[in-house]
Design a protein around this ligand. Structure first.
Ligand code: GCU
Length: 416
């Protein structure tokens, strides 16, 4: 073998070894090259569809916010199911010696969701600290932890070493010790995350004549999960341990999309957290980087409303973009977080959506993100809009949770 051949073979191996790993779902057609993103023009959150500029907080609240919400309902997520009029809460179990006596664990079945029959229920699993002085703030989300685990871990230990000490598997204890309750819902209870089965459960009960993927403006799974989070909040308003004016809605990835949409639709959520929510969440749809609208609609036809499919490969025709979803949290605190090795979710697109919401916060008189450049890895930026980019992969980690706890601590609202 010639020396040249050996050198070329080693070179080829090295090039292959150091090439970025294809991200989740990545195939040839997806772009991971910033220089190939292409030009795009974002819709202005402060200009009405008819071209009228929005210059006062009152115009935002009375005109532009409802207009944007309706556009997201009609074109992206679908209209949420109706608000139930006769909800019932059954506490199925209570254990006040959970987490080594630190917490009370409750499982609450939420019935009376409406529609024909009453055969679907949402089950909330809640851990609340025992030594609280009054009502506590809470985090609630979909799939935040395994509700069946004896000692759940609500975030993965970060796999990349960092200088600070992280709680790892003790994350639940840290959240409780810092004075927060945490509750989770599980999709399978009421709207399974499966294109063939998503109607089984509450959607079948509410829309008994419908089959197949969501109709043009019908709720997809994301809208249904977000609506269920509002029902969990309905329950939390009746639980003496919880301060319902300080409930944060939080989610990772598909459930991060859900958290943003829940916060947009239900302004009772006091704080909104999107962890690596990507396409259809915080990432701008118009940026050609990582997952695309066409791919998400193809792979997950049950997530969004039927109308969203019109925008496959035609993102520029969308009447909204995802910075306006972030803006629908305004003026409440909202946090968007990205991970470096999560190209599929487009970390830069997530940052730009947070930045694109800033003008709305400013109009409402509160400090928003306060920076225009994506911060370096590991740096937290922003005031009422928070953002960080961390090392590592697509995951909700203990590192992220510590940032969210600090953010929630910075935004206290007095208990009533
Ligand atoms: C897939 C999907 C993403 C989603 C992710 C997740 O990768 O393409 O949009 O965020 O699953 O929920 O983990």
């Amino acid at each position: 073998m010639s020396r040249l051949f050996i050198t070329l073979t080693i070179l080829a191996f090295l090039v292959h070894a150091i090439a970025p790993l294809p991200a989740r779902g990545a195939e040839e057609e997806f772009n991971y090259d910033e220089s190939k993103v292409g030009a795009y023009t974002l819709p202005d959150p402060l200009v009405m569809q008819d071209g009228t500029p929005v210059t006062t907080p009152m115009q935002w609240h009375d005109k532009r916010r409802p207009e944007l919400l309706a556009l997201f309902e009609n074109q992206v997520y679908g209209h949420r199911p109706p608000k139930p009029t006769a909800l019932r809460f059954d506490t199925e179990s209570t254990d006040d010696s959970a987490v080594d006596g630190r917490a009370t664990r409750k499982q609450v079945r939420i019935h009376g969701l409406g529609g024909a029959g009453d055969n679907a229920a949402i089950v909330l699993t809640l851990y609340a600290p025992n030594d609280a002085d009054g009502r506590v703030p809470a985090f609630v989300g979909m799939h935040l932890f395994d509700a069946s685990a004896a000692m759940p871990v609500p975030g993965k230990p970060l796999e990349v070493p960092v200088a600070e000490k992280l709680p790892g598997a003790k994350l639940l204890e840290v959240i409780l010790d810092r004075g927060y309750a945490i509750g989770t819902l599980t999709a399978a209870d009421f709207c399974p995350d499966d294109a063939a089965r998503f109607r089984e459960g509450v959607l079948q009960q509410l829309y008994p004549d419908q089959t197949g993927p969501p109709g043009p403006e019908q709720p997809g799974a994301i809208a249904t999960w977000a609506w269920a989070l509002s029902r969990a909040l309905d329950y939390l308003g009746t639980d003496k341990a919880i301060d319902p004016t300080r409930v944060a809605v939080i989610g990772h990835s598909r459930m991060g999309k859900t958290a943003l949409w829940a916060g947009a639709e239900d302004q009772r959520f006091a704080l909104v957290i999107s962890n690596n929510s990507g396409c259809g969440g915080a990432a701008l749809s118009r940026r050609n980087f990582g997952e695309t609208v066409a791919r998400i609609n193809r792979a997950f036809p049950h997530w969004f409303c039927g109308n969203f499919k019109q925008y496959n490969d035609r993102e520029s025709e969308l009447p909204v973009d995802q910075h306006e979803l972030v803006a629908l949290s305004a003026p409440r605190p909202v946090y968007v977080a990205s991970a470096v090795d999560d190209g599929w979710a487009d970390p830069r697109g997530e940052f730009l959506a947070a930045a694109g919401a800033d003008a709305v916060y400013k109009l409402l008189g509160v400090p928003g993100l306060d920076v225009t450049d994506q911060p370096e890895t590991g740096k937290v930026v922003g005031q009422q809009i928070g953002y960080h980019l961390r090392v590592g992969k697509h995951a909700l980690t203990d590192y992220d949770w510590l940032r969210y706890l600090d953010f929630a601590d910075r935004h206290p609202k007095p208990a009533k």
